[in-house]
Design a protein around this ligand. Structure first.
Ligand code: ASP
Length: 366
C-alpha cells in the first residue's frame, strides 16, 4: 500500500514537472545564429523616421531643417555609444528615445491619434545575437515604449505584452510613466479630424473598409521610428516604435510589435526595422522575409531588401520602407513610397541624411 502511494506521488510529481517544462516560456534562441567570421571593431547605425508621401513641395525649409536636426542628433547619439564599445541594443534605445521625445515623429510624444482620440503605442526590439525579442502593443502611459519593449525582452519570460498588462509591467519595472495628455500634439489632432472628415465623406460608400483604406486617408498615417545597428562585437539588433496609424480603431495593432513583420534581427543574416502600411508588412512578414532571402537564397542584403520592398511589397499593394544592416556593416535604406526620413553613420563617422528619393537628395543632401 505504502509502495503504491509512493509510486503515485512520484508519478504526480513527474507529471507536474513535465507540465512545468512544457509551459516554460521560450526565451532562449530558437535557432542559434551560425557563427560567421566578421571583421571585429566594425560598427554602424541606421535610423528611420517613417516613410510615406513626403514631397519636397509640401515641405517648408524650416520643417525640413527641424527633421534633419533630430535625425542627426539621434544617429549621432547611437553612433557615439557604438564608438565607445556599447552594444547595438543600447545604441538603438538611445537613438529611438531621441525620436520618441520629438513631436515630429509618430512615436512617443508625436504619436498619432486613434479614432477614439487616444494614443496607443506599439514597439519592439530584437537582439540578433541571441534571437531574444521584446514587444509591447497598445500602451498609453509609457513615455518611451521602446524601453518597455527592452524590459519585456530582458526581464519577462514573454515576447509580447499588450494594453493594461503591459502598463502594469512598466510600473513594476519602474519605467517613466506620463499622463495620456502628454501625447497630445495639435498637428496630430488636426490630422485625425481631417481623416475623420474624409472618412465621413466616404461613409456612403458600400464598403466601410474601403473608406478606412482610402488612399487619401492612408497617406496621412506614416511616421514610425526605427533603428538598426552593428556593434564592435559583431552583434546586430533592430528596434521600432510607433503610434500606429491615424484613426485606427478597435485596438488595432500594427506590424511593429509583430516580430518578423516590422522588426527582426538575426546575426546570421540581418537586422531590419520597417515603416509603412502595417497590414501589408504583417501579411508579407516583411522583415523576416528579407532575412529568409539571405538565409535560404543566399542573397546579399541589397538584393534581399530590393526584392522584398520593390517587388513583393509593391506587387501586394503595400507601401513603405525598411532600414537594414548586416554583420559586415552593409546597410540598406529601401522604400517604395515618395520619401522616407532616414540617416546612417558608419565606422568612419560618415553621415548620410535623406528624406526624398535619391535623385532629389544627391543635390540637396550629399
Ligand atoms: N507601420 C506602422 C503601423 O502600421 C505605421 C508606420 O510605419 O508609420 O502601425
Amino acid at each position: 500500500m505504502k509502495k503504491t502511494l509512493l509510486l503515485l506521488l512520484l508519478s504526480i510529481s513527474f507529471a507536474c514537472n513535465n507540465a512545468y517544462e512544457e509551459r516554460k516560456p521560450i526565451d532562449q534562441p530558437v535557432t542559434k545564429p551560425k557563427s560567421d567570421k566578421v571583421e571585429t571593431n566594425n560598427f554602424g547605425i541606421v535610423i528611420h523616421g517613417g516613410a510615406g508621401t513626403i514631397l519636397k513641395e509640401n515641405m517648408t525649409d524650416s520643417l525640413e531643417t527641424a527633421y534633419k536636426a533630430v535625425l542627426e542628433e539621434a544617429v549621432r547619439a547611437g553612433h557615439e555609444i557604438l564608438a565607445n564599445g556599447g552594444t547595438s541594443i543600447e545604441a538603438i534605445q538611445r537613438s529611438i528615445n531621441i525620436m520618441e521625445d520629438s513631436p515630429l515623429f509618430n512615436a512617443g510624444k508625436g504619436a498619432v491619434f486613434t479614432n477614439q482620440e487616444t494614443n496607443e503605442m506599439d514597439a519592439a526590439i530584437m537582439d540578433g545575437e541571441t534571437l531574444k525579442a521584446g514587444a509591447v502593443a497598445g500602451v498609453t502611459i509609457v513615455k518611451n515604449p521602446i524601453n518597455l519593449a527592452f524590459q519585456v525582452m530582458e526581464y519577462s519570460p514573454h515576447v509580447l505584452l499588450a494594453g493594461k498588462g503591459a502598463e502594469e509591467f512598466a510600473k513594476e519595472r519602474g519605467l517613466e510613466l506620463v499622463e495620456p495628455s502628454y501625447f497630445y500634439t495639435e498637428n496630430r489632432f488636426k490630422s485625425l479630424q481631417e481623416v475623420k472628415e474624409a472618412e465621413k465623406m466616404k461613409a456612403d460608400s458600400a464598403d466601410n473598409r474601403t473608406a478606412f483604406y482610402d488612399p487619401y486617408i492612408k497617406e496621412s498615417k506614416f511616421g514610425t521610428v526605427g533603428c538598426v545597428a552593428l556593434d564592435k562585437n559583431g552583434n546586430i539588433a533592430a528596434g521600432t516604435s510607433t503610434g500606429g496609424m491615424t484613426n485606427k480603431k478597435w485596438n488595432r495593432i500594427g506590424d511593429v510589435p509583430i516580430i518578423g513583420a516590422g522588426t527582426y534581427a538575426n546575426n546570421a543574416t540581418c537586422a531590419v526595422s520597417g515603416t509603412g502600411w502595417g497590414e501589408y508588412f504583417m501579411r508579407g512578414v516583411v522583415a523576416y522575409d528579407i532575412s529568409a532571402m539571405m538565409e535560404y537564397k543566399k542573397m546579399s542584403l541589397e538584393e534581399a531588401t530590393k526584392e522584398v520592398i520593390q517587388n513583393k511589397l509593391t506587387e501586394s499593394g503595400g507601401e513603405g520602407g525598411i532600414i537594414a544592416i548586416d554583420r559586415r556593416g552593409n546597410i540598406a535604406m529601401e522604400f517604395n513610397s515618395a520619401g522616407m526620413y532616414r540617416a546612417a553613420m558608419n565606422k568612419k563617422g560618415e553621415l548620410t541624411i535623406g528624406i526624398y528619393k535619391e535623385n532629389e537628395e544627391t543635390a540637396e543632401e550629399k
